[in-house]
Each structure stands twice: as C-alpha cells, then as structure tokens.
Design a binder for this molecule. Structure first.
Ligand SMILES: [Zn+2]
Length: 314
C-alpha cells in the first residue's frame, strides 16, 4: 500500500502534476487535434492551473479532457486516491467504502467507482496483448450472475437457448498461470463464442473446456482454417478447468459479497474490475504503483462510455 499521505492524494496541484506526467510522459499534446508543437501552457491567475492552449485548433484543454474524470467537480487528488484504493485493495471496494474514505457523497463515490471500473476495462482488444500462444493452455467457460435462481436445480437453470432466465451470461478465457479476459454476452452459443476466441487468442493456443455443446461445436469448427486457425486443438480429455472455476468463485464472491446486485447495464464494468485485479496481481509481477499507472492510462479515451455510464453531472 502506498503512502496515503503522499501529496498526490492530498493536494490537487501535486495530483494534477502526477496525472499530467502519467498521461503525457513525452509532454502535453492537444486532445482535439493531436498536435504537440502547437501546445502552450497557459499562465495567469484568472485561468486556474492546468490549462493549455493549442494554436492549431485554437482550443483550450486540461489533461482531464477525454478521460473518465472530465467535467467532474471532484478534485483530481481524490480521483487518484480512489484509483489507488480500488487498485490496492485485496478485495473489491464498494462505493460505500469509497464514500467514507474520500469524504464525498455516496452518489459521487458511486459514479467515481463506475468510471474507474471503466478505466480498468480493457476496452480495446487491438491494443491489448492477445491471450495464449503456442504451447500455452487457456481454459474457457461461462458462468451466470444476477437473478434469483440459486434455489433452482442446476438442470433447470439454463434454457434451451444456452442462456439462463433472469441471469446474465459471462464468458471468460483464463490462461493457466496467466491472465483472464471476461465478457458479458447475450447468450452462450458457438456463434457468440467463436468470434471472441478468434479475437482474443494467439495462434497455437490449446483450449480446455467442459463438454458443453457450444464449446464442442466451436472445437469441431476449429479444424476449419477459415473459422479460426488459432484454435489448434480441442482437448476434451484432461480438460480440467480448475483455473477458470477458481476465477469464477472470486467473481461470484465479489459480486454477491460486495455489490449484492449488479445491473445488466453495468456488468461489463464490474467484469473489467475483476479482470483487472486478477491480471494485475502480485504473482504476475505488477506492483501497486504500476497498477495505478495502468488505471490512469486506462482513464484516457473512455469518454464515450463514460457518458453512457452517467447522465447526471455531479
Ligand atoms: Zn489542437
């Protein structure tokens, strides 16, 4: 745990400087037109600190433009503290805890947490390393969260379409001794799984799964090179799925234990948070500081989804 008395958590100016240095390691650039050399720092007391001007597109901006923090009235130091707390906590942190620790209203804490989850989410698969690779093993499976079906017998929980009534399907790929990536999908069928595997896996990856119909079908298809040559082999024997089962256990404990209820609309953000903390765990050699930097970087370029999270300015 980093030192919570660090000025970046207590002083807005120090926090802004830290955020700028993390967002712009090579110096400020214009978030509107992308230019470097046209950008000048604005001085003057009337302006307030942290403003820049681009002489190319003639617009003014701060480092927060185009990030999940844009247009927030919460000071940057509180944002950095919230990011730090959500990164460093072994267990997931609820908006209620954040509200108490940051001294902001519960409503603000909830929005902050939602946006930070958005920053944790690996939104863009093209910029993220695919999973697996030659000789590597991944486990794939689905689980269902939400709803009130836990009292129904297992055999009754899934409907004929591969879904489960009142529950949301989560599809995950986990590398053994490695990373995880989860998606909220409408239902689990070969047609929904296939493009995800194709996008997320490197060539030569071995896939372990249970023998559910959808996966069997994908496995059969995989011999066909136009479908997905990254699925080298479908191995049903010795297909233990312990790694993914323990990941789902963490996920469910988190969802039920901390959040009680996760709405369908926001599920992808919670998944982003769970994947993030699993992928950034100490076992993979990611330090607290590196984790926090990753979230700050992830905070950039998420503005569109931030708007759909939040229609209420605060
Ligand atoms: Zn510009």
């Amino acid at each position: 745990m980093a030192d919570l008395t660090n000025p970046i958590f207590t002083d807005p100016d120090a926090a802004r400087a830290h955020f700028e240095a993390t967002r712009w390691p090579d110096g400020a650039y214009c978030p509107f037109c992308g230019n470097f050399d046209s950008v000048k720092k604005l001085g003057g007391k009337s302006m307030g600190a942290g403003w820049y001007h681009c002489s190319d597109c003639r617009r003014k901006f701060t480092a927060l433009v185009g990030t999940v923090m844009e247009r927030s009235h919460i000071p940057v130091n509180k944002w950095l503290l919230a990011m730090h707390l959500m990164c460093a906590s072994k267990k997931v942190m609820s908006a209620h805890q954040l509200h108490r620790m940051l001294g902001v209203t519960y409503k603000s804490a909830w929005f902050m947490a939602m946006r930070i989850r958005e920053a944790m989410r690996e939104l863009n698969p093209e910029t993220e390393e695919p999973l697996g690779g030659l000789g590597k093993v991944v486990e794939v499976d689905e689980t269902y969260v939400g709803g009130k079906e836990k009292n129904r017998p297992l055999s009754k929980r899934r409907d004929a379409m591969g879904g489960a009534k009142g529950k949301e399907a989560v599809f995950s790929i986990v590398e053994r001794q490695g990373r995880v990536r989860s998606e909220h999908i409408p239902k689990v069928t070969a047609a929904t799984i296939r493009p995800i595997l194709k996008e997320q896996l490197l060539d030569g990856t071995k896939i372990m799964t249970d023998d559910a119909g959808a996966y069997r079908k994908v496995g059969r298809d995989s011999a066909h090179e136009t479908v997905n040559h990254s699925i080298e082999e479908y191995v049903r024997r010795e297909a233990h799925t312990n790694t993914i089962e323990s990941y789902f256990a963490i996920l469910k404990r988190g969802v039920i234990g901390t959040y009680h209820h996760v709405s369908q609309q926001h599920l992808k953000r919670y998944l982003g948070e769970f994947d993030f903390s699993y992928n950034a765990r100490i076992a993979l050699g990611v330090s607290d500081a590196a984790r926090a930097t990753k979230v700050i970087s992830g905070a950039v370029g998420k503005r569109v989804t931030y708007q759909d999270t939040n229609r209420v300015p605060f």
